[in-house]
Structures are given as structure tokens and as C-alpha cells.
Design a protein around this ligand. Structure first.
Ligand SMILES: Cc1cc2nc3c(=O)[nH]c(=O)nc-3n(C[C@H](O)[C@H](O)[C@H](O)COP(=O)(O)OP(=O)(O)OC[C@H]3O[C@@H](n4cnc5c(N)ncnc54)[C@H](O)[C@@H]3O)c2cc1C
Length: 496
């Protein structure tokens, strides 16, 4: 029985591996000339850049994925816990360093607010408990029914679904810096902390409790690991294979049109953008209307720069956040009244600080990311205006001149997300995890209109991010196995 999979992001690769292991013939079709989806690698003049994800959080989920194939992450890549985990700038030469142990983090908290160390213990207890419930169990449920969320543990936590991260943090801490640091992890879920249920404090456990890791040679090493795993399991993989149309017969998918050829298939699974995938179907088979998508809260888009410097950069860490401007104003420009932010927060990654793979000796590779509202007008002029803004701030805050040391810069923004990934409104990482976009309230893994059509990825369950993408691939493969049981030839001959 053949399963054809659209896309080669983490969710597609994950599903491909599980399905191949279960005995299906798996064919994977990727439109771009590299695998990995948003996690592709850019290489130029001896420099390397992870184009998308750079934070390796929740190592237990990666371990669990590879263990399902009797493998370990170390069979494929080396992993280092970063120390410092990251650094946050609030003013000129004034940053807070988050290190790799909770004791050291508590000392920093206490130095900024008397009594904050004890309150952090209390907050982290909640975060830890939620991690145990959510990550070890709830996120591994397929979002089919609301009852999946009802367990003896979650009933006790009902208040945390109605309260928000913002409220829980502000109830305990008054210092603006501590508030921003504790609200930062849920930004990965794509919505404002004031719109994210307090239950998602498990992201703080991922941050302070488990720590920030770096796979040697970056996140693309994880893509390479999964591609190797898929190939070893017999997955047939094609690049430059864009699906232009999904063909149907009755209430089933019969095949896909790729480069003017028809690929017949028994089952179709799309890990490509959900909205885009539905646009490839005849209208009567689409489950969600344009109005539905338009009403949803999408994760931000981003303006990214990949920059090669001909010298080492001082006073920054591998992951450095620039929170020296007002977050609320920037958040309003993303979520409430979408426009280009006047003074954006930004994130910078300098992977060559800890990993020589990324830049030639004596040089620095830097990725800069400004979160933006999806769907904004994007042009070269705006990109340059914002590049100059952040370079000015970077030089000012870290007290050094850098602009004359730029060898090259490449940019990536809304238009590229649309053109390269068919991303809805150019969002960077899918649909946000707000209360009404959690679990069974997210777009479904199984089509209701076509018997053999499935979806996976960051617009489905559990949500945005690399670890959720790994889980999403597992969940959808389990649904496929359940609805289209694969009978091996040996088993068939025994039962006939
Ligand atoms: C800039 C950025 C930074 C991020 N940072 C982090 C981070 O630090 N940590 C973290 O955990 N997560 C991070 N994320 C989120 C994470 O990268 C994503 O949630 C995850 O990679 C999504 O995987 P996916 O499989 O759902 O989709 P995608 O990676 O989008 O894969 C979908 C694939 O489908 C292909 N495709 C589309 N249309 C077609 C078609 N018609 N035919 C064939 N193929 C098609 C696309 O080319 C793409 O390869 C970041 C994302 C971005 C963009």
C-alpha cells in the first residue's frame, strides 16, 4: 500500500519514517531543491546558516523519536548543552545572562528582585508539573475529541486553561526584565503571552528546567539525520517535485500531478501548508473556508537576515535577544493592528561563537530575526530600512562598530515564505496555540471529505515548533495505520 507525502519538513520526515517502519511503501515529494522545509541550510563563501529553527529545546522529544527506531540522537549528531543558554539585552552594555542551571538562574532573579528566587521555585514547580502532563501525555493525542484533554490531572488544572501566562507571571514578579524573560518561551507558540493559556508554562520548563542545546553543525544536522533514517527504512524521496494538483475519484484521492506526471497513490498525506494543500483540491473537498483561515490567529512571519562578518563579534552569546524596546507596542503591530513595527524587538543567533562549522576562522556568522505580522507588504526598501535599524541598535547596545565588517547579507521575508513554502500569508511557523486553537480545536489530521487524505505539520496538532512537528508526524502515521491497516504479504498468505 503506497502513501505519498507532500513536503519534507520535520513532520513529513517523521511520518515517512513511522509509515515506512510499519511496512507501507512511502514516496515523499518536496517542491524545493533541499529537504527540511523551513529548516533548510544556507551556505555561502564558507559560512553556513540554519535558515529557520535554531533553538533545540525539549531534547527528550528528539530522544523519544529516535528511540522509536531503536536509534539514539548520538547515532547521527553530537549535542551540546549551551552555557550560557542565551543572553537578553535590555540597554547599552546591560544584559541578563541565562545560564545552564536553575540555581544560577535563581541567583540572577534574586539580584533583580528581592524574593524572586523563591517565587521562581514556585513558578517552576507549576511549569514542571505541566510539562509532565502535557509533553509526556497530552501532546501525543491526535486532537480527534475534546475528551482527550480530560484526565484526572487536567481536571485539577482547569484554572490554568482560563488564566494566561501573562497573568501567572505578573502575579508573581514585578521586575519588567524578569517578566519579559519568563514570557519569552511562549512566543514560540505564536501568540501573545496574554492570549496563551497558563497551562503552556511547560515551555518555561523546557527553557530553564531542561535547557538549550545545540546540535553540532546546527539544526540541519537533525534534518540530515531524519533523511538518513528515512532512506534506511526504504522511503523514496524526490526533490524539485512540486505537487500542482490533487486528483480525486469519488470520495478518494487517486493521485497527484507533479511536473506534468501523475503519481497514483493509495493514501495521500500532506505536510505542506494546510491552506495551500486544500487549494490543490477541487473546491467541494476543501474542509475549511477562506473565512475560517482568515479568522485564525497565525504565528508571526519574520524578516530574517543571514550575515557574514569578517571579524568576531564581542559581547554577544550564541543566542542573543534584544528586548531593549517596548514589547507590548511591537506585539500590537503583530497581532492587533498589523503593520511594520517602529522599534522592533529582535533575536540574533551567532552559532559560530560555539561551533566552528558555521564560519571561517576569525569570522562570525549571524542570523537576525524580527517577528512581523503575516501578510504585510514586503519589499527590498523596507528590508533595508529594518536592517539599518537593527545594525544601529546592535552596535550601540554591544558597544562596537560592525557595519564595515559585513562581507555579505541575504534576507528572507513574507514574500519568500509564500513563494518558497506556500505559507499562508507568509507565516513563519504556523497557527498559534491560543485557547481556541488548541488540541481538537485545530485543523484536523484526517480529512472529513476524502477517505484516504491526511494532514500533518505545524497547522495541525500539537502546533508550531520542531518537537511538535516530530509528534505530529507520529500522530498522523498512527491514524493512517488505524484506518488503513497494512497487511504484510506473509500475514496475508497465513490468513487466506
Ligand atoms: C525563522 C524560523 C525560526 C524558527 N525557530 C524555531 C526554533 O528555534 N525552534 C523550534 O523548535 N522551531 C522553530 N521554528 C518552527 C519550526 O521550524 C517549524 O514549526 C517546523 O519546522 C515546521 O515543520 P513542518 O513539517 O510543519 O513544515 P515545513 O517545514 O513548512 O515543511 C513543509 C514542506 O512542504 C513543502 N511544500 C509546500 N508545498 C508543496 C507542494 N505543493 N508540493 C511539494 N512540497 C510542498 C515545502 O517546501 C516545505 O518543505 C522556526 C521557524 C522559522 C520559519
Amino acid at each position: 500500500m503506497q502513501v505519498t507525502i507532500l513536503g519534507s519538513g520535520f513532520s513529513s520526515l517523521s511520518a515517512a519514517a513511522y509509515l515506512a517502519k510499519s511496512g507501507y511503501k512511502v514516496v515523499l515529494l518536496e517542491k524545493n531543491n533541499s529537504y527540511g522545509g523551513r529548516a533548510r541550510r544556507l551556505q555561502r563563501d564558507g559560512f553556513s546558516f540554519d535558515m529557520g529553527p535554531t533553538w533545540y529545546w525539549m531534547p527528550d522529544i528528539f530522544d523519544r523519536f529516535f528511540a522509536d527506531f531503536d536509534k539514539k540522537t548520538t547515532d547521527y549528531y553530537d549535542l551540546h548543552k549551551l552555557n550560557p543558554a542565551y543572553e537578553v539585552y535590555f540597554d547599552v552594555q546591560d544584559s541578563v545572562v541565562i545560564s545552564d542551571s536553575i540555581e544560577k538562574i535563581k541567583a540572577v532573579f534574586e539580584s533583580l528582585e528581592t524574593g524572586a528566587a523563591e517565587k521562581l521555585d514556585d513558578f517552576m514547580q507549576m511549569a514542571h508539573d505541566n510539562y509532565e502532563i502535557a509533553i509526556k501525555d497530552l501532546v501525543y493525542r491526535p486532537g480527534v475529541s475534546p475528551l482527550e484533554l480530560v484526565t484526572p490531572e487536567t481536571i485539577k488544572k482547569l484554572g490554568q486553561f482560563t488564566s494566561t501566562i501573562s497573568k501567572e507571571v505578573r502575579k508573581r514578579f514585578k521586575n519588567r526584565r524578569l517578566i519579559q524573560i519568563l514570557e519569552f518561551p511562549v512566543l514560540f507558540l505564536g501568540a501573545k503571552p496574554s492570549d496563551t493559556p497558563a497551562f503552556y508554562s511547560f515551555m518555561n520548563q523546557a527553557d530553564f528546567g531542561l535547557g538549550t542545546f545545540h546540535p553540532q553543525k546546527g539544526m540541519f544536522s537533525v534534518v540530515e539525520a531524519m533523511v538518513n533514517l528515512c532512506k534506511s527504512l526504504g522511503v523514496e524521496m524526490h526533490k524539485n517535485a512540486e505537487v500542482r494538483e490533487i486528483l480525486t475519484e469519488g470520495n478518494k484521492v487517486s493521485g497527484v500531478l507533479v511536473n506534468n506526471n501523475v503519481f497514483h497513490t493509495d493514501i495521500l498525506l500532506s505536510g505542506a501548508d494546510y491552506h495551500h494543500t486544500e487549494s490543490l483540491l477541487p473546491p467541494s473537498f476543501r474542509m475549511y473556508s477562506e473565512q475560517y483561515w482568515n479568522k485564525k490567529t497565525f504565528a508571526p512571519s519574520s524578516l530574517l537576515f543571514y550575515v557574514g562578518f569578517d571579524k568576531k563579534i564581542e559581547n554577544v552569546s550564541h543566542h542573543t535577544l534584544f528586548f531593549d524596546v517596548d514589547f507590548d507596542t511591537h506585539a500590537q503591530d503583530i497581532y492587533d493592528h498589523p503593520k511594520w513595527p517602529e522599534n522592533p524587538l529582535f533575536y540574533a543567533s551567532f552559532p559560530s561563537k560555539t561551533d566552528g562549522f558555521f564560519a571561517p576562522v576569525g569570522c562570525e556568522a549571524a542570523t537576525f530575526l524580527i517577528p512581523l505580522a503575516p501578510g504585510l507588504e514586503d519589499n527590498a526598501e523596507m528590508r533595508n530600512v529594518f536592517f539599518n535599524k537593527i545594525m544601529h541598535r546592535l552596535e550601540l547596545l554591544t558597544k562596537q562598530s560592525l557595519r564595515q565588517n559585513i562581507i555579505f547579507k541575504e534576507s528572507f521575508c513574507v514574500n519568500d515564505f509564500v513563494e518558497q513554502y506556500h505559507s499562508y500569508k507568509g507565516n513563519a511557523y504556523g497557527m498559534a496555540n491560543t485557547l481556541f486553537q488548541t488540541a481538537f480545536l485545530r485543523p484536523k489530521l484526517k480529512s472529513k471529505t476524502l477517505k484516504n487524505m491526511y494532514f500533518t505539520g505545524q497547522l495541525t496538532v500539537p502546533g508550531p515548533g520542531v518537537p511538535p512537528a516530530l509528534i505530529s508526524g507520529k500522530l498522523v502515521s498512527e491514524l493512517i495505520v488505524k484506518h488503513h491497516p497494512f497487511i504484510t504479504k506473509m500475514h496475508q498468505s497465513l490468513t487466506i
